[in-house]
Design a binder for this molecule. Sequence first.
Ligand SMILES: Cc1ncc(COP(=O)(O)O)c(C=O)c1O
Length: 363
Amino acid sequence: MAVPQLSQQSASGKSMFFTSDNWAGAHPRICEHLDRVAAGFSPAYGTSDFDNDVARRFSEIFEKEVAVFFVGTGTAANSLSLASIQRPGGAVFCHTEAHVVEDECGAPEFFSGMKMVPVHGPSGRMDIAELRTAMAAFPQDAVHHGRAAAITVTQATEMGTVYSLDEIEAIGQIARDGGVALHMDGARFANALAALDTTPAEMTWRRGVDVLSFGATKNGCWCAEAIVFFNPVFATDMPFIRKRAAQLFSKSRFIAAQFDAYLADDLWLKLAGHANRMADRLRRGLAATSSARLAWETVTNEVFAIVPRVQAEAAIAKGARFYDWPVPAAMKDQVSNTETLIRLVTSFATTEEQVEALLSALK
Ligand SMILES: Cc1ncc(COP(=O)(O)O)c(C=O)c1O
């Protein structure tokens, strides 16, 4: 039977997929490992020695005993993380453009029973002063308003930027001062880590993060996300929270297998480093043309550019694929009526040739 396959090439003969990193397939090492693990029998529901060994790898990587729960989507990882730290009447503080509040169909509120409170800040990062002000409106005895219960940061952010280690530390301190938990949405954790050239421990629990959504799907897996608890107190109810949310996979060994290959020989860091370098090449190429300009500085695998609308349309006609992006309110006067803001995302599968093809299509 024929295998359905997305065309690898555009009409111009060049592959130019820059829509999102989840348009890329899966890395061959992940696929080969899935194939190996597919043979034979193994206890179900994540109880096999193999599942446990893979989960233990996370403790080595994070230099700390952690509790790990595999799930199938980033939305599930975020929603169930927040469910595990929920408090009745709780408010969760996130950036205005965070995926948890903009793009998850209310799942975080549905599963956690808490409300999301958006906090402004430039470049996809919550402004620390605004965060303090927002939290002050939800004191612990405000029975009518609700009370502060958690903060969630996205690392890397939805705007291709990252929180610096100092900024994570400052937010961690605010969480501790307020007696609330700190969650990190790491759908692009590896890209942020590669951009900051730091360690998983430094970017998380050493800066006060309690729970992490550790994403791998966007960086070479086909369906693998993990909820990582640095604070065991929050993990207690997770087996039940996950099962009740229909996220306990009976053949969980296939998620474990993806992580096994992903974490082996630093494949995950190599793939993220590659995606970031392809974005660097794109940034340099765009900065060198007169037809486009970078909308803001990014450091990971997402690039935002302002281009004349006709040029964007011409590139699409040549087979380039990317999304338009809403112009942030603060930038309204920087994008004219004849221009558009576009988001370009690179991945482990992006090649130098694809970047060059896009740059020439946008000229
Ligand atoms: C920052 C961020 N968090 C979470 C997710 C959710 O991932 P999923 O689509 O697997 O639910 C995404 C996906 O685009 C994302 O960009």
